[in-house]
Design a protein around this ligand. Sequence first.
Ligand code: 5AD
Ligand code: FES
Length: 344
Amino acid sequence: MIKKAEETHELTKEEIVSLLSCEIETENVVSHPLFEAADRVRKKYVGDEVHLRGLIEFSNYCKQNCLYCGFRRDNKNATRFRLSKDEIIKFAQDASEQGYKTVVLQSGEDPYFTADRMKEILSEIKKFDLAVTLSIGEKTFEEYKAYKEAGANRFLMRIETTDKALYLKLDPDMDWENRLKCLGELRELGYEVGTGCLVGLPEQTLESLADDILFFKEINADMIGIGPFIPNDNTPMKDEKGGTFEMALKVMAVTRLLLPDINIPATTAMETLNPNGRLIALQSGANVVMPNVTQGDYRKFYEIYPGKICVNDTPTKCRGCITGKINSIKRSVSTEYGFRKKTD
Ligand code: 5AD
Ligand code: FES
């Protein structure tokens, strides 16, 4: 099956389920044939360069109430913050000066940041020779259009799960169909579109994870971010079990086999569960890392899940640290924007 996936980039749902159920030896994870195959496909299609995206976490206010997320509006224990327009622009400028070619502006769904405010920020940031990715949730077509016209290039919005019943339970007041519609509108507007899922949600089955991977292929996503669900004490899901590093890695590796030329980040949540998580992910299909370029104390308050890495570090420290790690596995940091180079 691994051979078939490596050669044809096609698998049936049943085949995906059986790959996801394979045993992983925790001692030497990367030598598993699934991860070795994903690593070869990564090398063949997207090469040895790793794209760094500088992440600016600019607001943790959120009007939504997703049961798993620390930003949920009912979490009264969260210290809420919003960066000023000038701070956001400054962090982007500093990131550009450090060599980043992309910044990702991420926040909760914060109505304070209207389309007009976002447009002002985007047009300033675009002066720094940066590709800009937005990760700010569900908006209207007109809003997406306004950000695009102001220079946004990419948009990240995970579908979280393709199991609609589970989505309905975990994301109250939200509408799965609307999320799908948003992803379609972003594509129509010419964004590079990133999505992804959480791994290890309660009641989530291997069948459902297989559906997620087939969904990524069906919508021809340009980027896929996959992370384990990590229970947050300040949410109703605090006593749930959470996902494992190994399962998130398997979902990520199968995604690489089936979508060979896309961008796949080694996610921060993976490193939270395994001190070597990002390097292992980079050797199992991933080709992107998103180091934090937010400055000051804000990082601490951006607590989607507990145990997030680098909360006491600076952008300079993270840049040096991750470059060293990437070089240690004989890979290099890209100096390009890192858009998807489609092979079909
Ligand atoms: N654990 C891990 N990831 C989470 N996210 C939200 N809550 C959690 C959690 N408890 C992820 C969602 C969202 C992204 C920004 O963070 O997938 O899309
Ligand atoms: Fe932040 Fe290593 S990436 S300290």
